[in-house]
Design a protein around this ligand. Structure first.
Ligand SMILES: [Fe+2]
Ligand SMILES: [Fe+2]
Length: 354
């Protein structure tokens, strides 16, 4: 394609060669004006995703946590431990996301996709704020300190967080096509695999009528994460369509290997956090669930079904996540479950049908 670089290049903020002609636009290496123009943009999926993300705006500290504060000391020792470890994990990666999305956006030449990345970063900030709100509202200050330093005190947590942040850092330090693809893949795995045993743990508490405020926050967070997953699915697919020469056998093997590592990490983390002591979350169920998700994520970006034929082992989790669905009517689904009444939030239908 004339005038289009085959190498990944940081975009010019002011681009004298920018044009509004859609035929000249690409996800990276395009001739963008950098002006956000939703009525005339190449990637309609990004325009729709942006509008969906914006509709989902919510305010964490409007969800009451008084009952959670009273219930936390009554949780079992294992539930308290899993609660703290899961939050420590979520806090670390959601916070890192805020910065890293900006690093990727410097190379994206489609303003409508940049709009999605910046909006995602804003929502990751809301998520980080949610965890901060949970820890200041539900547990004492010593526990809060313990959770905020767990990322370096817990070697298992450190290893799995580093797997993602190493990919991010490598691209920032040495920006090239393959490092960019790996960084996008790490984002995809974080959004699509890494959070899921943690979400399932909170939903298992919800099933027992425990920690309802925390569960409401997590459901809103998962609703957002599904839009982020959709965004990175589109980014990886578009990169592949527009730059087939970058996706040689080596990088495809690497992406599949990254996916399998993420699945292994999530399974061992899920087992480590729950200790086979959380109702509805046995070790074997966690393993099947994460492999089931691994298949979905691999299939969505053309990497086959690495785990064969695995059925969803706990469909009740999807009942909790139902308001988040991206599978069927993602773009048509109306905003639900979040209505503001005189400054407080009403969550009539956050509890799934029993
Ligand atoms: Fe998040
Ligand atoms: Fe996210």
């Amino acid at each position: 394609m004339p005038g289009i670089s085959e190498k990944l290049q940081k975009k010019l903020l002011f681009n004298p060669d920018g044009t509004r002609e859609l035929g000249q636009q690409r996800l990276v290496g395009g001739k963008s004006t950098n002006l956000i123009e939703f009525a005339n943009c190449k990637y309609s999926w990004a325009e729709q995703l942006y509008r969906k993300m914006r509709q989902f705006f919510w305010i964490p500290d409007e969800i009451p946590l008084g009952d959670d504060k009273r219930q936390f000391p009554k949780l079992t020792e294992y539930e308290q431990s899993a609660y703290k470890k899961t939050l420590a994990f979520l806090i670390f990666l959601d916070s890192i996301q805020v910065d890293n999305l900006g690093a990727l956006a410097l190379y994206i030449t489609a303003p409508e996709v940049v709009a999605c990345l910046k909006t995602q970063a804003f929502f990751e900030t809301i998520h980080a704020q949610s965890y901060d709100y949970l820890l200041t509202s539900v547990v004492d200050s010593l526990t809060r300190d313990e959770v905020y330093t767990m990322w370096k005190d817990d070697s298992i947590l450190l290893t799995r967080n580093k797997f993602i942040t190493d990919q991010y850092q490598e691209f920032i330090d040495n920006p090239n096509e393959k490092a960019f693809i790996r960084s996008c893949m790490a984002d995809y795995l974080l959004e699509g695999i890494y959070f899921y045993s943690g979400f399932a743990f909170f939903y298992s508490l919800g099933r027992q009528d425990k920690m309802g405020g925390t569960v409401s926050l997590i459901r809103l967070i998962q609703r957002d994460e599904n839009t982020h997953l959709a965004l990175f699915t589109h980014i990886l697919r578009t990169l592949q369509e527009e730059n087939p020469e970058w996706f040689d056998a080596d990088i495809k093997a690497e992406l599949l290997s990254m996916l399998k590592t993420a699945v292994d990490h999530e399974i061992s983390w899920g087992k480590y956090v729950t200790r086979n002591q959380i109702l509805g979350l046995s070790d074997s169920i966690i393993e099947s669930y994460i492999k089931y998700l691994g298949n979905l994520r691999a299939e969505a970006i053309g990497l086959g079904s690495p785990y064969g034929n695995i059925k969803h082992p706990m469909p009740w989790v999807d009942t909790y996540a139902a308001m988040n669905s991206t599978k069927t009517d993602f773009f048509e689904r109306k905003v639900t479950n979040y209505q503001k009444f005189g400054g407080s939030m009403k969550f009539d239908n956050l509890k799934p049908p029993s």
